[in-house]
Design a protein around this ligand. Structure first.
Ligand SMILES: Cc1cc2nc3c(=O)[nH]c(=O)nc-3n(C[C@H](O)[C@H](O)[C@H](O)COP(=O)(O)OP(=O)(O)OC[C@H]3O[C@@H](n4cnc5c(N)ncnc54)[C@H](O)[C@@H]3O)c2cc1C
Length: 460
């Protein structure tokens, strides 16, 4: 951490996961960091209206967990002491995919399970201890303030909760306002061209509810995932144990006209998944919430790194920059990986004591982080016949190969471990194409595993 700060003030618009993690990084480089949040402060681990997706399953990948721990040492223990559930990814997750259960033996990959509001509340608690980070709640950003030539950011204008309009100067403004981002509109208002956009239309729908308890039966898993199997099966579901001994149960479907909204429809959707264990686990369970719906029409990625005239000092991060199909559970971890890249460019800027071209450098680094997760999600999403977007060269080959990798995860622990690392954004997918892997994947017949039992072999 530099002793002398790089600059005076940075503003973060939006205090979700991306905003909080950005603020944590900026605090080391700016004398003051202000978070402008439209919502109210979270006084307890409860969902808030600014994050409607928080009512749905939110898995934290290992890559995200590790960065969280690096930014806030001890936070993972704190989360567990407060009720987050520790799980061994391959042993404790029962995952049915392509007509087969994945192998269930102990791996090196330990994860923590909790609801999104619980996780965010604990991050907020830690952020409150950083003396140069301040949050303004109930505030509405109105416009970007630029220098006379419109080449650099000079601050923002916002409306306070009481309706007062204030202008505040800053050398860096981060847009972390999520799906609702206003940056392109603000650029247009300033006569600045907007960035190119990549989009893939997926028409995904989520229906989730918390459960007080599941059906009273013996179970040896802490998470259950029954994945869709396109083109025949467009629906899937996941459930996992969270804090306070509750369960988060999420059903999802691609290209569904109407998602399940009532108790009856929720059970009906569960009953037609590819494996009956899902329905069995909730039929005699006790729901603890209503069914909440979230529609996710498309994956979207703004290419700010390609812009030549983006005012320097304006940086877009998190969901405001890129939204990937949430079924892959990458969003929060990508926010964390982007925050790490932000730290990298600020460290470099400190060497020259200059924020010159900081926006360009940051967006270039962010795209490096995003390109693989975007590819992983598109390979899978283009299996659904209704998905539209840029079908790239080599897609069919990759789909065929990855399907074989996923099937090999039914009986080959080494393949599964490599696959898990890619899934958790800890390893490059190229690791799945190493000669030894190709041999075990292409030249071996896999026997589908229909039995949900844990492996007898426990590896330390
Ligand atoms: C259904 C669903 C399920 C998901 N499941 C997972 C999962 O399992 N794992 C995972 O890692 N990710 C998941 N995600 C993605 C994850 O929610 C986001 O990627 C992650 O929260 C990072 O988002 P963010 O902080 O950029 O935006 P958000 O979390 O949406 O936060 C945006 C913040 O900005 C505030 N805001 C909005 N507009 C303004 C404004 N004009 N002014 C001021 N403040 C504003 C909001 O109140 C909010 O606090 C899921 C997403 C969806 C939709």
């Amino acid at each position: 951490m530099p002793t002398e700060k790089l600059s005076s003030r940075a503003i973060v618009i939006g205090g979700g996961v991306a905003g909080k993690l950005s603020a944590r990084v900026l605090a080391d480089y700016f004398e003051e960091v202000m978070i402008i949040e439209k919502d109210h402060k979270q006084d307890q681990p409860q969902n808030r209206s600014g994050v409607p997706q928080g009512l749905h399953g939110h898995a934290l990948l290992k890559s995200g967990e590790e960065i969280l721990e690096e930014f806030f040492p001890g936070i993972i223990d704190e989360l567990q002491d407060s009720g987050a559930v520790s799980a061994n990814f391959s042993r404790d997750l029962a995952w049915f995919h392509h007509g087969s259960w994945k192998i269930r033996s102990h791996s090196q990959l330990m994860t923590i399970q909790q609801s999104r509001p619980f996780l965010e509340y604990h991050i907020q608690k830690r952020l409150q201890h950083i003396s140069n980070v301040h949050s303004i709640y109930g505030a509405k950003p109105l416009r970007l303030v630029l220098d006379a030539k419109k080449t650099s950011i000079a601050g923002i204008e916002y409306q306070t909760e009481e309706g007062k309009v204030e202008e505040i100067d800053a050398n860096l403004v981060i847009d972390a306002s999520g799906a609702a981002t206003f940056t392109t509109q603000w650029l247009k208002k300033n006569g600045i061209a907007t960035p190119p956009i990549d989009e893939i239309q997926v028409n995904l729908c989520y229906a989730s509810r918390a459960y007080e308890h599941l059906s009273p039966e013996d179970r040896d898993w802490k998470g259950l995932l029954v994945y869709p199997n396109p083109p025949h099966q467009m629906r899937g579901g996941g459930m996992y144990q969270i804090e306070a001994n509750k369960w988060m149960v999420t059903l999802f479907g691609y290209g569904l006209d109407s998602p399940p909204k009532t108790d009856k429809e929720f059970l009906e959707h569960a009953a037609i998944l590819d494996h009956p264990s899902f329905f069995g686990a909730i039929i005699d369970g006790k729901p603890a919430s209503e069914v909440n719906i979230y529609r996710f029409p498309k994956m979207r990625r703004f290419r700010y790194e390609k812009m030549e005239n983006l005012p320097n000092g304006l940086i877009v991060i998190g969901d405001a920059l890129c939204r990937i199909d949430p079924v892959f559970a990458q969003g929060m971890s990508l926010s964390a990986l982007e925050a790490k890249q932000l730290e990298k460019v600020l460290k470099q800027a400190t060497k020259h004591q200059s924020l010159e071209a900081i926006s360009k450098k940051a967006h270039q680094e962010f795209q490096r982080v995003l390109s693989i997760p975007w590819l992983i999600a598109s390979i899978e999403d283009f299996r659904f016949p209704h998905t539209t977007g840029n079908r790239f060269f080599g897609l069919s080959f990759l789909q065929g190969y990855i399907k074989r990798v996923m099937l090999a995860c039914s009986d080959n622990q080494i393949v599964y471990e490599k696959f898990m690392n890619v899934l958790h954004l800890k390893a490059h997918p190229a690791t799945l194409f190493a000669p030894k892997m190709i041999k075990s994947i292409l030249f071996k017949t896999v026997t589908p595993r229909h039995n949900l039992d844990k492996e007898k072999v426990i590896r330390s």
